[in-house]
Design a protein around this ligand. Structure first.
Ligand code: SF4
Ligand code: SF4
Length: 104
Protein backbone atom coordinates (compact mmCIF):
# COMPACT_ATOMS: atom_id res chain seq x y z
CA UNK A 1 0.00 0.00 0.00
CA UNK A 2 2.83 2.38 0.88
CA UNK A 3 4.31 2.07 -2.61
CA UNK A 4 1.04 2.45 -4.49
CA UNK A 5 1.09 5.39 -6.90
CA UNK A 6 -2.05 6.92 -8.36
CA UNK A 7 -2.13 9.15 -11.43
CA UNK A 8 1.12 10.88 -12.29
CA UNK A 9 1.60 14.65 -12.10
CA UNK A 10 -1.86 15.61 -10.87
CA UNK A 11 -1.22 16.13 -7.15
CA UNK A 12 -1.63 19.70 -5.86
CA UNK A 13 0.76 19.23 -2.94
CA UNK A 14 3.32 22.00 -2.47
CA UNK A 15 6.00 22.64 0.12
CA UNK A 16 7.66 25.97 0.91
CA UNK A 17 11.14 25.08 2.22
CA UNK A 18 11.72 28.53 3.77
CA UNK A 19 8.75 28.02 6.09
CA UNK A 20 9.73 24.52 7.18
CA UNK A 21 11.20 24.30 10.70
CA UNK A 22 12.11 20.64 10.47
CA UNK A 23 9.75 19.47 13.20
CA UNK A 24 9.10 16.19 11.40
CA UNK A 25 5.36 16.19 11.99
CA UNK A 26 4.48 15.78 8.32
CA UNK A 27 6.58 12.61 8.13
CA UNK A 28 4.66 11.21 11.09
CA UNK A 29 1.13 12.04 9.97
CA UNK A 30 1.42 11.29 6.24
CA UNK A 31 -0.09 7.86 5.56
CA UNK A 32 1.74 7.55 2.22
CA UNK A 33 5.34 8.36 3.16
CA UNK A 34 5.37 11.29 0.77
CA UNK A 35 7.91 13.30 2.77
CA UNK A 36 11.54 12.79 3.65
CA UNK A 37 13.88 14.92 5.73
CA UNK A 38 17.44 14.22 4.63
CA UNK A 39 18.88 17.58 5.64
CA UNK A 40 16.86 18.82 8.58
CA UNK A 41 13.98 20.13 6.49
CA UNK A 42 11.08 18.35 4.87
CA UNK A 43 11.21 17.48 1.20
CA UNK A 44 8.58 15.97 -1.06
CA UNK A 45 10.15 12.62 -1.86
CA UNK A 46 7.23 10.79 -3.44
CA UNK A 47 4.69 13.29 -4.76
CA UNK A 48 2.65 10.86 -6.82
CA UNK A 49 1.92 8.77 -3.73
CA UNK A 50 -0.02 11.68 -2.18
CA UNK A 51 -3.77 11.08 -1.87
CA UNK A 52 -4.50 14.71 -0.91
CA UNK A 53 -5.93 13.80 2.48
CA UNK A 54 -4.73 17.09 3.98
CA UNK A 55 -3.24 15.63 7.17
CA UNK A 56 0.13 17.27 6.56
CA UNK A 57 -1.40 20.72 6.00
CA UNK A 58 -3.55 20.43 9.08
CA UNK A 59 -0.63 19.42 11.27
CA UNK A 60 2.11 21.71 10.00
CA UNK A 61 2.14 24.57 12.50
CA UNK A 62 4.28 26.71 10.23
CA UNK A 63 2.17 26.86 7.09
CA UNK A 64 4.85 25.21 4.99
CA UNK A 65 2.52 22.86 3.13
CA UNK A 66 -0.47 23.43 0.87
CA UNK A 67 -2.73 20.98 -0.92
CA UNK A 68 -6.19 21.03 -2.44
CA UNK A 69 -7.76 18.38 -0.30
CA UNK A 70 -9.33 15.59 -2.24
CA UNK A 71 -9.37 17.04 -5.75
CA UNK A 72 -6.33 15.56 -7.49
CA UNK A 73 -7.11 12.08 -8.77
CA UNK A 74 -10.87 12.53 -8.71
CA UNK A 75 -10.70 15.76 -10.68
CA UNK A 76 -8.38 14.22 -13.24
CA UNK A 77 -10.68 11.28 -13.85
CA UNK A 78 -13.79 13.46 -14.10
CA UNK A 79 -12.15 16.02 -16.37
CA UNK A 80 -10.88 13.29 -18.66
CA UNK A 81 -14.34 11.70 -18.77
CA UNK A 82 -15.80 15.08 -19.75
CA UNK A 83 -13.22 15.47 -22.50
CA UNK A 84 -11.43 18.39 -20.83
CA UNK A 85 -7.79 18.83 -21.79
CA UNK A 86 -4.98 21.04 -20.55
CA UNK A 87 -7.10 24.21 -20.39
CA UNK A 88 -8.72 22.95 -17.21
CA UNK A 89 -6.84 21.77 -14.17
CA UNK A 90 -6.05 18.17 -13.33
CA UNK A 91 -6.33 16.23 -16.55
CA UNK A 92 -4.92 12.78 -17.05
CA UNK A 93 -1.17 12.68 -17.84
CA UNK A 94 -1.61 11.74 -21.49
CA UNK A 95 -3.84 14.81 -21.87
CA UNK A 96 -1.10 17.29 -20.97
CA UNK A 97 -1.60 17.59 -17.19
CA UNK A 98 -1.81 21.08 -15.77
CA UNK A 99 -3.17 22.88 -12.78
CA UNK A 100 -3.88 26.58 -12.78
CA UNK A 101 -5.84 29.27 -10.98
CA UNK A 102 -9.60 29.27 -11.29
CA UNK A 103 -9.96 25.55 -11.81
CA UNK A 104 -11.78 22.96 -9.74
S1 SF4 B 1 5.29 19.68 9.54
FE1 SF4 B 1 5.82 21.60 8.46
S2 SF4 B 1 7.52 22.50 9.66
FE2 SF4 B 1 7.31 20.34 10.29
S3 SF4 B 1 8.81 19.25 8.97
FE3 SF4 B 1 6.81 19.16 7.94
S4 SF4 B 1 6.81 20.96 6.55
FE4 SF4 B 1 8.45 21.26 8.03
S1 SF4 C 1 -2.05 15.27 1.73
FE1 SF4 C 1 -2.02 13.35 2.93
S2 SF4 C 1 -1.02 11.85 1.58
FE2 SF4 C 1 -0.59 13.88 0.72
S3 SF4 C 1 1.39 14.44 1.59
FE3 SF4 C 1 -0.20 15.30 2.94
S4 SF4 C 1 -0.50 13.74 4.53
FE4 SF4 C 1 0.59 12.75 2.83
Amino acid sequence: MKDLTYLRNVVTLALTPDKCKGCGTCLVVCPRAVFAMPNGKAEIANRDACIECGACVKNCSFGAITVKVGVGCAAAVINSFLGRKGSCCCTLPEDDPSCGPGCC
